[in-house]
Design a binder for this molecule. Sequence first.
Ligand code: TRP
Length: 453
Amino acid sequence: MVGKGQSIHGQWGSRWAFILAATGSAVGLGNIWRFPYVVGDHGGAAFVLVYLACIAVIGVPVMMAEILIGRRGRQSPINTMRTLPAEAGATPAWQLLGWMGVLAGFIVLSFYSVVAGWALAYVPFTASGMFTGADTATVEAAFTGLLDSPGQLLLWHTVFIALTGYVVSRGVRSGIEKAVRVLMPLLFLLLLLMVGYGMGAGAFAEAVAFLFTPDFSALTGESVLIAMGQAFFTLSLGLGAIMAYGSYLSSRSSIPRNAGIIAGADTVIALIAGLAIFPIVFAAGLDPQEGAGLVFVALSYGFGQMPMGMLFGTLFFVLLSFAAWTSAISITEPATAYLVESRGWRRPRATFAVAGTAWFVGIGSILSFNYWSDMQILGMNFMGVMEYLSTSVMLPLGGMLMALFAGWVLPRSATVQELGFKNQGWYMAWLFLVRYVVPVAILIVFARALGLF
Ligand code: TRP
């Protein structure tokens, strides 16, 4: 039943359903696959500090803005960005923000599903014992072998996107909420198990030094942009996923408190992933600049050396697949909700169209590791371009526009009511951040990365 002031897609059963869904969106390949590899590529601790600053100063206020815009609009991001500007007497051009988000969603989902496919592929790899006692060359060869095989990559990409589409096609309450209620506690349990297991192994002190002793001379304008993009990516901000989830949130639930819980959980999990992976990287003499394969190679090697590594390694890749699944679901939701609202399509058809399009674009990322591996654009392969364009350009741009919209366009009465701060000072701090600090900071990072100063 759809009540007054609710989205036509329904509403979360409770505040915790929203927190689980949004944390499920945030915690994913971004924490466990992407965070360690970009930290490795960009020199370690100084990068980590910039990333943490971006989470606190930019990420959390933008997340509050994104949730509140969604809850205020109660529609898919495109339609919310039509309705709210109209109500506020602002230009209809704001709807472009919704469209850019949907476009970014297709791009992110397309390569996300390919990488999630690697995680799926590693479940049978590890379970078959192929890494048990293996040396680094064997473990690296397994990863290269997977990337060399378009057939295998396509199979796992297809399985993953079908699983994602299946959940989204069943709707907010009986699809997404039901899935996260089962998957998130399991994910948490598996993670605790893995941390307990991993503490004893590897070059822990060296990893801590790499992650927490900064050398700021290693930091370039480009790496600051990557750190900021990673903050947006890991918190699922800037494309409307969190906006869509916010549109299903009860008006009584506290947005600031929820945003704090989601961002806190996400940050802790990224740091745990780093502390689990780098001890193995250093102990095994692997190169931290291994790139996109870092987690797969390092962890498979690590598990292969440990007692019961076959069991725990398999569990780990199951965990990674779950984490990716609950994230991909959220990336699929905005465009799906839009097609249901504006085209009157039934959800299964809408989901099929969205997931099918992302599946098709994903084939480009698959080919970039084999048939198209010689094709370079600005020094990146096809997947690299997709990743860069969405994560480092479109997400921060989207987040900046959301901050500007919430800070300058929405009436104050609306943002005061949605955020519900008891303390006026906290509200003013948030307003100052989204009005000035977030937009200026993002512009400066863009300008520096372009070499403008
Ligand atoms: N945050 C997820 C991760 O860290 C990925 C993700 C889900 C995402 N939804 C998103 C990224 C929306 C950008 C925008 O793996």
